[in-house]
Design a protein around this ligand. Structure first.
Ligand code: FMN
Length: 187
């Protein structure tokens, strides 16, 4: 078992080249979501795998400025869900947590298979709904851009994005988010 390897390898790269999308790949990624833990085993996630060239091109319309690099996607995984499909325990609303867990499993598996799987928030849910015929009562939670990492830097990238291709963006120090034994507890 080497989960840490996939966690470390995963990067939100933006310079992509085409990769073949097969039925087996979609099945494999779907299986990773299928067996993820969820509150009461509610499995609130839904995914649209968009890979036909025409459909992918239509989805360009839905991408925000700054995400033009995603025009090179070989597949876009549209992550969907709704609150009613999962636990709500007083003020604790679990569907986004459970869908995030399932999507993370999918992203790590894609990484293990040598792919880039890059989640984005920069898109129009309204346009995505229109293009893909998604009902209004289902949230469009994120898009995951799938491709293969290219060694050639995508010319659409900003300076900052080019920097991020070369070096993982800075993270908080561990003591900024880890507490020992009580909130604010130091080691
Ligand atoms: C929910 C979410 C939304 C994101 N939205 C975008 C986006 O719209 N465009 C983009 O280029 N990157 C987006 N990213 C990627 C992050 O910028 C990236 O994960 C972060 O800078 C850390 O880099 P790393 O994942 O390579 O370690 C998003 C990531 C997440 C998890």
């Amino acid at each position: 078992m080497n989960v840490k390897n996939a966690i470390e390898k995963r990067r939100a790269f933006r310079s992509l080249e085409p990769v073949e999308i097969t039925k087996e790949l979609i099945k494999d990624l779907s299986e990773c979501a299928q067996i993820t833990a969820s509150c009461f085993n509610n499995q609130p996630w839904q995914y649209i795998f968009v890979y036909e060239p025409k459909a992918l091109e239509q989805m360009h319309e839905a991408l925000s400025q700054g995400n033009e690099w995603a025009h090179k996607a070989s597949m876009i995984v549209v992550v969907l869900g709704k609150q009613e499909d999962d636990c709500v325990i007083r003020d604790r609303i679990y569907y986004r947590f459970d869908i995030g867990m399932a999507t993370s499993a999918m992203i790590l598996r894609a990484t293990e298979l040598g792919l880039v799987a890059h989640p984005i928030a920069g898109y129009s849910p309204k346009k995505t709904r229109e293009i893909l015929n998604i009902p209004d009562n289902i949230d469009v939670i994120t898009l995951v851009i799938i491709g293969k990492k290219s060694d050639k830097i995508n010319p659409d990238l900003s300076e900052k994005q080019i920097e991020a291709e070369k070096k993982r963006p800075e993270r908080k120090k561990i003591d900024e988010f880890v507490h020992f034994n009580k909130y604010g507890g130091k080691k």
